[in-house]
Design a protein around this ligand. Structure first.
Ligand SMILES: Nc1ncnc2c1ncn2[C@@H]1O[C@H](COP(=O)(O)OP(=O)(O)OP(=O)(O)O)[C@@H](O)[C@H]1O
Length: 500
């Protein structure tokens, strides 16, 4: 009996927690590594290079404990596929090579991925035509695995929330948005505008949102649009090969007007890549629009063949940069308005939105997570959303997005040294300008870089009232927007504190 329990549990146990698993992986002993090498070699020999390179390169051994082997993959889709087709085989290989009596297969969380590797995104893959579908449910991998290749070539469903109307604009995404809008606005039957349009960005910065907006707008205009994740393309092609319907699969894909491929970094396997390349060429050569997103620029898609990379780089390549604070606030406000439609009375005060924008991560998904947390607390406890409540509700999210915890003591020491005053000066009641400025900056840093509440910071700064801290935070916050020299000083100090 082989168990598979989905996403990494966060509970206790021999395998629990990111650190434990990272440590387990790093600390695999020579026996485990040797057995893993042999299992892989044998599997590869049995199923052939082609199939192996489509499904197994991202399977990792996380550890062996009490006779149980734990393997992980980055997506739920891969997990389901391997679970359904190869788990028995993997189990008997492990039994033979390491006398293991159990194999567990789990999905690695984004936090656990190896440095530089692709994020563990999970996409809805239920087969459907690329027209407006009901709001996407969480990934339905088993539906994908039982789908056939023809269903795949119809594309994945679109989330009706991801449209141009709900996409917020800032400096970091203006160009990507303009290019996407131009592609979507092109008259039906006219040639492609930029081909391919290639968007790249780190996790959660809105690539899928823009891609789905293009697909939805195209479908609304009557274009035949197919939106697929690279994984789904890969699955469709392999399923078509198996059922000997590859020709039909290719023809269906080549008969569309717009092909939208998401998460291209996940495309793997030589023949899958070749097929992708043929599809790309066939579509582009016959004047159809191709739109692609990935987590890195074409030149850095190391797993892809050079000719695919250069074809991709030949269109318009646009990066979406990290969200700045203003854009985060825009996204948060729009999201609150959306949540309020489903949960009348749900409001989030501006200071809480500011706190989340500053402290709860760098991307749209982090922001969604923080707001969902507030909503849950609000609904479950009936407590109004205040800054204090938010600090408690999202405390762990703040921590996980900070590389390390910053201490107020470090801030005091670094700021004092920088402005050539003593720590005692900062904590004193003196109000001369040369002391007031560093004190206010230190309070601002304490509020923005730590989890301390205003009253706590007041206490750490010589027993001051929380309104004094609030005044300082607001003042520096305002000055940072208008005084470039001060903004640079504050940035330097932040770096010094974070490097501590
Ligand atoms: N500019 C934006 N306006 C509105 N919502 C946004 C914006 N950018 C990101 N989001 C929201 O943030 C969340 C994550 O965005 P999305 O899934 O598009 O990211 P992604 O770049 O595709 O990430 P991944 O690389 O993990 O696939 C979504 O809920 C999305 O709607």
């Amino acid at each position: 009996m082989f168990k598979s329990d989905g996403i990494e549990p966060s509970g206790q146990g021999p395998f629990s927690g990111a650190a434990a698993r990272a440590g387990a992986r790093a600390g695999l002993d020579a026996d485990a590594r040797g057995a893993w090498d042999r299992v892989r070699r044998r599997l590869r020999a049995e199923i052939g290079e082609e199939v192996y390179s489509s499904w197994f390169p991202r399977l990792e051994l996380d550890g062996i404990h009490d006779g149980t082997v734990r393997l992980s993959v980055p997506t739920r889709f891969l997990k389901t596929w391997i679970q359904q087709h190869y788990i028995e085989r993997l189990a008997s290989l492990w039994q033979e090579e390491a006398s293991a009596d159990r194999v567990e297969l789990i999905v690695r969380t984004a936090v656990l991925r190896a440095p530089g590797s692709a994020p563990a995104t999970i996409r809805t893959v239920t087969p459907a035509v690329a027209t407006r579908a009901p709001a996407a449910e969480p990934a339905n991998a088993s539906a994908a695995v039982t789908a056939n290749s023809a269903e795949v070539s119809n594309g994945s469903p679109l989330d009706p929330r991801l449209t141009f109307a709900t996409y917020r604009l800032g400096d970091s995404n203006r160009l990507a948005h303009a290019a996407a809008q131009k592609v979507a606005d092109a008259a039906v039957g006219s040639g492609p505008v930029f081909n391919p349009l290639y968007l790249h960005a780190a996790v959660g910065l809105g690539k899928t949102h823009l891609l789905q907006a293009i697909a939805a707008a195209g479908a609304d205009k009557g274009r035949r649009v197919v939106y697929l994740t690279a994984e789904r393309f890969m699955y469709g092609f392999v399923a078509a090969l198996k059922s000997q319907s590859a020709l039909a699969f290719k023809e269906q894909l080549r008969g569309i007007d717009t092909l939208v491929i998401d998460d291209l970094q996940f495309l793997q396997g030589k023949s899958v890549q070749q097929e992708f390349c043929h599809t790309l060429n066939a579509l582009m050569d016959s004047g159809r629009q191709v739109v692609i997103a990935a987590d890195r620029p074409p030149a850095e898609l190391d797993a892809l063949e050079e000719r695919v990379r250069s074809r991709l780089a030949g269109g318009l390549v646009v990066e979406i940069a990290p969200l700045d604070e203003e854009l985060k606030l825009e996204i948060l406000s729009a999201r609150v308005a959306m949540l309020a439609q489903q949960h009348p009375g749900f409001t989030v005060p501006p200071d809480v939105l500011n706190f989340i924008a500053r402290n709860c991560g760098q991307n749209g998904r982090d922001l969604d997570g923080a707001l969902n947390r507030l909503l849950a607390h609000n609904q479950l406890t009936s407590r109004a959303i205040t800054l204090e409540m938010a600090e408690t509700a999202v405390r762990d999210l703040v921590r996980s997005s900070e590389p390390k915890r910053v201490r107020v003591d470090d801030i005091l020491r670094i700021v004092a040294k920088h402005y050539n005053v003593s720590r005692a000066d900062i904590l004193s009641q003196r109000r001369t300008a040369n002391v007031v400025k560093p004190r206010q900056i230190a309070m601002y840093l304490a509020k923005t870089l730590t989890l301390r509440s205003l009253p706590e910071i007041g206490r750490r700064f010589g027993g001051r009232d929380h309104t004094t801290v609030l005044h300082a935070v607001r003042k520096i916050d305002g000055l940072v927007g208008t005084d470039r020299v001060l903004a640079e000083e504050v940035e330097t100090l932040k770096r010094l504190v974070n490097d501590e």
